[in-house]
Design a protein around this ligand. Structure first.
Ligand code: T4K
Length: 369
């Protein structure tokens, strides 16, 4: 078995991802202004500049930067005044469900499409009750959901739509940023995301009233006259985080292009393996934020992971287990497709600094097994 020792290229652990970071000196240059102004937070000049530059880079009308992607989902639920059941997918990160429950709503799971790994619109309507107030699909791994079908169901049943777009900065639908979709979309700038502010997120709505409400809710419900006009809390992004976002945003297109090339390189070199398959991208353009591989069995996945780990390569089982199986916090329901996929899916390392030699090693080991 070929191991790290006799592989000249790999001399450090390779994780599933690493933050894409601008040169430190470019970040500290921006921080100098923060120190000069002494403004560290409260919707400061850098947060406003970051929002402006995000809108021009992603071609968005509005965006509200916040402290993280989970808070972003909570703010979307709060702003829409949702009470009751929210239909969502069990194939996600626990944050989607935590946010729903923290806002006093009840997550109702609908199984996924085994190809796209996103919520299966055909299965949504059977789960709609008189308590259902909204649908919260997730663009899993940046792969656009079946937006047309979801919008149709929402309109026919008078439901709100909040997209959990934590993975989807850079993904597009109909040639436009997918963050424009739904009544509100929530995204994340966590360290593990394509564009990061270390911790951070944003909420996006083309509805100006919702946009203004999101800005007020972010800051304790203050209006411009400092009067408290609605229930808010503290969802603010700081100047220090916005500074990192501004520094990293300069490399956004380069990072997106590089990830696309590495994603396709994996596909080109792993496609000959008949026992693995990839996520189907059907309803728009993905942003290559993760590289998931689906094995024929959990046994094959575990064997592959063990050999990769022996070579200090650490892929991640996103999303394992299927969230509906967290029965310490959720009632037990069976979602066979999501539970099956979650046992057989592995996200291989994919990030800007990943070397092609490291990808070759990963491919070689996966092929060997
Ligand atoms: N909705 C969805 C669908 C999401 O996936 C997420 C977050 C959210 C909502 C909520 O967004 P946030 O509130 O987080 O903004 C990570 C992230 O913590 C989480 O943000 C993310 N999803 C989830 C999919 O992954 P872990 O536990 O896997 O992270 P960790 O620490 O194991 O990191 C993974 C790899 O990244 C490590 O092997 C090394 C590397 N890493 C990580 C960090 C934190 C670095 O190189 N540097 C770092 O600073 O959760």
């Amino acid at each position: 078995m070929k191991t790290l020792e006799n592989h000249p290229v790999i001399n450090k652990p390779v994780y599933v991802t690493m933050p894409s970071l601008a040169p430190l000196e470019e970040y500290t240059e921006i921080l100098k202004g923060v120190w000069e102004r002494g403004i560290l937070t409260h919707n400061g000049p850098l947060v406003q500049q970051f929002e402006k530059e995000l809108c021009s880079t992603l071609n968005l009308k509005n965006i509200v930067a916040v402290s993280n992607g989970t808070i972003a989902i909570q703010m979307a639920i709060k702003t829409l005044g949702l009470k009751g059941e929210i239909i969502t997918s069990p194939f996600t990160w626990i944050a989607t469900i935590s946010a729903i429950m923290w806002e006093g709503c009840t997550p109702v799971f609908v199984d996924i499409d085994p190809g796209t790994l996103n919520i299966d619109p055909q299965k949504v309507e059977e789960k709609i009750t008189n308590k259902t107030c909204a649908i919260m699909p997730i663009h899993v791994f940046g792969n656009p959901c079946d937006i047309n079908e979801i919008n149709k169901i929402a309109e026919q049943n008078n439901l709100k739509v909040i997209y959990d777009a934590a993975h989807a900065v850079g993904s597009t639908f109909d040639g436009k940023s997918i963050l424009e979709q739904g009544d509100i979309s929530a995204t994340s700038f966590h360290a593990t995301k394509l564009l990061n502010t270390a911790e951070g997120g944003a909420v996006i709505s083309n509805n100006l009233d919702l946009h203004d409400s999101l800005k007020r809710i972010r800051f304790f419900g203050h209006d411009n006259n400092k009067d408290i006009v609605e229930e808010g809390f503290n969802g603010k992004m700081t100047e220090v985080h916005a500074a990192l976002g501004l520094a990293n945003l300069k490399y956004y297109s380069e990072v997106l292009e590089d990830r696309k090339n590495k994603y396709n390189y994996y596909i080109d070199n792993l496609s000959e393996i008949e026992t693995i398959r990839f996520q189907e991208i059907k309803h728009g353009k993905t942003n290559y934020s993760y590289f998931p591989v689906i094995f024929e069995s959990e046994e094959k996945l575990l064997e592959t992971m063990s050999v990769l780990n022996q070579n200090k390569i650490f892929p991640r089982r996103y999303f394992y287990p299927s969230v509906n199986t967290y029965n310490k916090i959720l009632p037990s329901v069976k979602l066979p497709v999501s539970e099956d996929i979650s046992k057989r899916i592995l996200c291989l390392p994919l990030y800007h600094k990943l070397l092609y030699e490291e990808i070759d090693m990963i491919i070689e080991l996966v092929k060997k097994i």
